[in-house]
Design a binder for this molecule. Structure first.
Ligand code: ADP
Ligand code: TYD
Length: 211
Protein backbone atom coordinates (compact mmCIF):
# COMPACT_ATOMS: atom_id res chain seq x y z
CA UNK A 1 0.00 0.00 0.00
CA UNK A 2 1.33 3.43 -0.94
CA UNK A 3 1.71 5.89 1.94
CA UNK A 4 0.38 9.41 2.22
CA UNK A 5 2.19 12.70 1.85
CA UNK A 6 0.64 15.59 3.80
CA UNK A 7 1.99 19.15 3.80
CA UNK A 8 1.23 22.13 6.05
CA UNK A 9 1.41 25.63 4.61
CA UNK A 10 0.73 29.21 5.65
CA UNK A 11 2.47 32.46 6.54
CA UNK A 12 4.99 32.57 9.40
CA UNK A 13 3.25 32.40 12.78
CA UNK A 14 -0.04 31.00 11.41
CA UNK A 15 0.13 27.96 13.71
CA UNK A 16 1.08 25.24 11.21
CA UNK A 17 3.93 23.71 13.25
CA UNK A 18 1.57 23.37 16.23
CA UNK A 19 -0.97 21.58 14.02
CA UNK A 20 1.60 19.39 12.23
CA UNK A 21 2.87 18.15 15.61
CA UNK A 22 -0.68 17.50 16.89
CA UNK A 23 -1.52 15.55 13.73
CA UNK A 24 1.63 13.48 14.18
CA UNK A 25 0.56 12.59 17.74
CA UNK A 26 -2.97 11.75 16.61
CA UNK A 27 -1.84 9.55 13.71
CA UNK A 28 0.64 7.75 16.00
CA UNK A 29 -2.29 6.93 18.29
CA UNK A 30 -3.88 5.28 15.23
CA UNK A 31 -0.70 3.15 15.06
CA UNK A 32 0.37 4.63 11.75
CA UNK A 33 4.07 5.01 10.88
CA UNK A 34 4.68 8.74 10.73
CA UNK A 35 7.63 10.83 9.67
CA UNK A 36 7.45 14.57 10.43
CA UNK A 37 9.92 16.86 8.66
CA UNK A 38 10.28 20.59 8.08
CA UNK A 39 11.35 22.74 5.16
CA UNK A 40 13.81 24.07 4.50
CA UNK A 41 15.56 21.26 6.36
CA UNK A 42 14.72 17.72 7.42
CA UNK A 43 18.04 16.03 6.54
CA UNK A 44 21.62 16.76 7.64
CA UNK A 45 22.43 18.42 4.30
CA UNK A 46 19.10 20.27 4.08
CA UNK A 47 19.47 21.64 7.64
CA UNK A 48 22.86 23.08 6.65
CA UNK A 49 21.29 24.71 3.60
CA UNK A 50 18.50 26.03 5.87
CA UNK A 51 21.00 27.87 8.04
CA UNK A 52 22.46 29.61 4.98
CA UNK A 53 18.98 30.60 3.73
CA UNK A 54 17.66 31.94 7.04
CA UNK A 55 20.84 33.64 8.34
CA UNK A 56 19.83 37.28 8.80
CA UNK A 57 23.39 38.41 8.10
CA UNK A 58 22.91 37.24 4.51
CA UNK A 59 20.86 40.28 3.54
CA UNK A 60 22.59 40.51 0.16
CA UNK A 61 21.11 37.13 -0.90
CA UNK A 62 19.62 37.29 -4.40
CA UNK A 63 16.06 35.85 -4.75
CA UNK A 64 17.33 33.41 -7.40
CA UNK A 65 20.09 32.17 -5.08
CA UNK A 66 17.45 31.82 -2.35
CA UNK A 67 15.19 29.80 -4.68
CA UNK A 68 17.95 27.45 -5.82
CA UNK A 69 19.08 26.83 -2.24
CA UNK A 70 15.47 26.04 -1.26
CA UNK A 71 15.24 23.66 -4.21
CA UNK A 72 18.52 21.97 -3.24
CA UNK A 73 17.30 21.46 0.32
CA UNK A 74 14.00 20.07 -1.06
CA UNK A 75 15.69 17.73 -3.55
CA UNK A 76 17.72 16.11 -0.76
CA UNK A 77 14.72 15.80 1.57
CA UNK A 78 12.53 14.35 -1.17
CA UNK A 79 15.07 11.74 -2.28
CA UNK A 80 16.32 10.82 1.20
CA UNK A 81 13.10 10.85 3.25
CA UNK A 82 9.86 11.56 1.39
CA UNK A 83 9.97 9.16 -1.58
CA UNK A 84 11.29 6.10 0.34
CA UNK A 85 8.82 6.56 3.20
CA UNK A 86 5.78 7.05 0.98
CA UNK A 87 6.85 4.04 -1.10
CA UNK A 88 7.07 1.96 2.11
CA UNK A 89 3.49 2.86 3.03
CA UNK A 90 4.29 5.43 5.73
CA UNK A 91 2.66 8.81 6.30
CA UNK A 92 5.00 11.74 5.74
CA UNK A 93 4.05 15.14 7.14
CA UNK A 94 6.09 18.11 5.94
CA UNK A 95 5.94 21.51 7.62
CA UNK A 96 6.12 23.48 4.29
CA UNK A 97 6.96 22.14 0.81
CA UNK A 98 6.68 23.27 -2.83
CA UNK A 99 3.73 25.63 -2.27
CA UNK A 100 5.95 27.72 0.04
CA UNK A 101 8.21 28.47 -2.93
CA UNK A 102 5.26 29.52 -5.10
CA UNK A 103 3.83 31.68 -2.30
CA UNK A 104 7.05 33.26 -0.95
CA UNK A 105 9.40 33.41 -3.95
CA UNK A 106 6.55 33.74 -6.49
CA UNK A 107 3.83 35.91 -4.94
CA UNK A 108 6.09 37.41 -2.25
CA UNK A 109 9.30 38.15 -4.18
CA UNK A 110 7.71 38.38 -7.63
CA UNK A 111 9.67 35.61 -9.40
CA UNK A 112 8.02 33.95 -12.39
CA UNK A 113 5.53 31.27 -11.27
CA UNK A 114 5.99 29.00 -14.30
CA UNK A 115 9.74 29.01 -13.77
CA UNK A 116 9.22 28.19 -10.07
CA UNK A 117 6.82 25.34 -10.89
CA UNK A 118 9.50 23.86 -13.15
CA UNK A 119 12.24 24.11 -10.54
CA UNK A 120 9.87 22.49 -8.01
CA UNK A 121 9.16 19.65 -10.45
CA UNK A 122 12.87 19.13 -11.09
CA UNK A 123 13.80 19.19 -7.38
CA UNK A 124 11.03 16.83 -6.31
CA UNK A 125 11.07 14.44 -9.30
CA UNK A 126 7.42 15.42 -9.70
CA UNK A 127 6.43 14.49 -6.15
CA UNK A 128 3.21 16.26 -5.17
CA UNK A 129 1.53 16.23 -1.77
CA UNK A 130 -1.67 14.17 -1.50
CA UNK A 131 -3.14 16.65 0.98
CA UNK A 132 -2.11 20.24 1.78
CA UNK A 133 -3.45 21.95 4.88
CA UNK A 134 -3.37 25.73 4.52
CA UNK A 135 -3.68 27.49 7.88
CA UNK A 136 -5.01 30.89 6.87
CA UNK A 137 -4.69 33.89 9.17
CA UNK A 138 -4.49 37.70 8.84
CA UNK A 139 -0.89 38.95 8.70
CA UNK A 140 -1.28 41.23 11.76
CA UNK A 141 -2.38 38.30 13.95
CA UNK A 142 0.46 36.11 12.72
CA UNK A 143 3.00 38.85 13.46
CA UNK A 144 1.58 39.42 16.93
CA UNK A 145 2.03 35.70 17.64
CA UNK A 146 5.73 35.96 16.80
CA UNK A 147 6.39 38.74 19.32
CA UNK A 148 9.48 38.13 21.44
CA UNK A 149 10.92 35.67 18.89
CA UNK A 150 14.18 36.61 17.16
CA UNK A 151 13.35 37.04 13.47
CA UNK A 152 15.21 35.14 10.72
CA UNK A 153 16.03 36.60 7.27
CA UNK A 154 12.58 35.81 5.84
CA UNK A 155 10.66 37.02 8.89
CA UNK A 156 12.18 40.52 8.74
CA UNK A 157 10.48 41.09 5.35
CA UNK A 158 7.43 42.57 7.12
CA UNK A 159 3.69 43.07 6.59
CA UNK A 160 3.37 43.93 2.90
CA UNK A 161 5.49 40.96 1.88
CA UNK A 162 3.46 38.56 4.04
CA UNK A 163 0.19 40.03 2.68
CA UNK A 164 1.28 39.07 -0.85
CA UNK A 165 2.29 35.63 0.41
CA UNK A 166 -1.08 35.10 2.10
CA UNK A 167 -2.93 36.15 -1.05
CA UNK A 168 -0.71 33.80 -3.05
CA UNK A 169 -1.59 30.87 -0.82
CA UNK A 170 -5.32 31.57 -1.25
CA UNK A 171 -4.81 31.57 -5.05
CA UNK A 172 -2.96 28.26 -4.86
CA UNK A 173 -5.76 26.77 -2.74
CA UNK A 174 -8.19 27.58 -5.58
CA UNK A 175 -5.87 26.33 -8.33
CA UNK A 176 -5.19 23.06 -6.53
CA UNK A 177 -8.54 22.62 -4.81
CA UNK A 178 -8.30 18.82 -5.22
CA UNK A 179 -5.57 18.62 -2.56
CA UNK A 180 -5.90 21.85 -0.52
CA UNK A 181 -7.84 22.04 2.73
CA UNK A 182 -8.08 25.60 4.06
CA UNK A 183 -8.55 26.02 7.81
CA UNK A 184 -9.26 29.20 9.74
CA UNK A 185 -6.14 29.87 11.83
CA UNK A 186 -8.06 32.30 14.08
CA UNK A 187 -9.93 29.42 15.75
CA UNK A 188 -8.53 27.81 18.89
CA UNK A 189 -5.74 25.24 18.60
CA UNK A 190 -8.21 22.50 19.56
CA UNK A 191 -10.91 23.60 17.07
CA UNK A 192 -8.38 23.67 14.22
CA UNK A 193 -7.03 20.28 15.22
CA UNK A 194 -10.55 18.82 15.17
CA UNK A 195 -11.29 20.33 11.74
CA UNK A 196 -8.03 19.01 10.28
CA UNK A 197 -8.65 15.55 11.71
CA UNK A 198 -12.16 15.43 10.23
CA UNK A 199 -10.91 16.43 6.77
CA UNK A 200 -7.86 14.18 6.86
CA UNK A 201 -9.68 11.08 8.05
CA UNK A 202 -12.30 11.62 5.32
CA UNK A 203 -9.64 11.80 2.61
CA UNK A 204 -7.67 8.90 4.08
CA UNK A 205 -10.68 6.59 4.27
CA UNK A 206 -11.84 7.45 0.75
CA UNK A 207 -8.42 6.81 -0.80
CA UNK A 208 -6.68 4.37 1.48
CA UNK A 209 -7.91 1.53 3.63
CA UNK A 210 -7.35 2.16 7.35
CA UNK A 211 -6.77 -1.12 9.21
P1 ADP B 1 4.17 28.53 12.54
O1 ADP B 1 4.81 27.17 12.54
O2 ADP B 1 3.11 28.63 11.50
O3 ADP B 1 5.16 29.64 12.47
P2 ADP B 1 3.51 27.99 15.32
O4 ADP B 1 2.75 26.71 15.31
O5 ADP B 1 4.94 27.93 15.73
O6 ADP B 1 3.37 28.71 13.90
O7 ADP B 1 2.70 29.02 16.23
C1 ADP B 1 3.15 30.35 16.44
C2 ADP B 1 2.71 30.77 17.86
O8 ADP B 1 1.29 30.89 17.88
C3 ADP B 1 3.08 29.79 18.96
O9 ADP B 1 3.39 30.52 20.12
C4 ADP B 1 1.80 28.97 19.15
O10 ADP B 1 1.69 28.44 20.45
C5 ADP B 1 0.72 30.00 18.86
N1 ADP B 1 -0.49 29.43 18.27
C6 ADP B 1 -0.57 28.41 17.38
N2 ADP B 1 -1.85 28.17 17.02
C7 ADP B 1 -2.62 29.06 17.69
C8 ADP B 1 -4.03 29.32 17.74
N3 ADP B 1 -4.91 28.63 17.02
N4 ADP B 1 -4.45 30.32 18.55
C9 ADP B 1 -3.56 31.05 19.26
N5 ADP B 1 -2.23 30.86 19.27
C10 ADP B 1 -1.74 29.88 18.49
P1 TYD C 1 10.41 28.50 9.54
O1 TYD C 1 10.89 29.05 10.81
O2 TYD C 1 10.59 27.03 9.31
O3 TYD C 1 8.91 28.82 9.23
P2 TYD C 1 7.79 29.34 10.23
O4 TYD C 1 8.29 30.65 10.77
O5 TYD C 1 6.61 29.48 9.36
O6 TYD C 1 7.62 28.28 11.28
O7 TYD C 1 11.15 29.33 8.41
C1 TYD C 1 11.09 29.04 7.11
C2 TYD C 1 11.07 30.33 6.36
O8 TYD C 1 11.46 30.08 5.02
C3 TYD C 1 9.69 30.95 6.30
O9 TYD C 1 9.80 32.35 6.49
C4 TYD C 1 9.23 30.69 4.90
C5 TYD C 1 10.50 30.57 4.12
N1 TYD C 1 10.41 29.68 2.94
C6 TYD C 1 10.39 30.24 1.68
O10 TYD C 1 10.46 31.47 1.52
N2 TYD C 1 10.26 29.42 0.59
C7 TYD C 1 10.18 28.06 0.71
O11 TYD C 1 10.09 27.34 -0.30
C8 TYD C 1 10.23 27.50 2.04
C9 TYD C 1 10.15 26.01 2.23
C10 TYD C 1 10.34 28.35 3.12
Amino acid sequence: MKGIFITFEGIDGCGKTTQAELLEIQLKQERRNIVLVREPGGTVISEQIRSIILDKNHNEMDPITETILLAASRAQLTEEIIIPNVESGNIVISDRYTDSTLAYQGFGRGLDITWLKNINKFATKDTDPDITILVDIPVEVAISRMEGKSFDRMEIEGNEFLKRVRKGYLHLAQDYSDRFIVVDGMKSIHEIQTQIWKSISKVITSNWIID
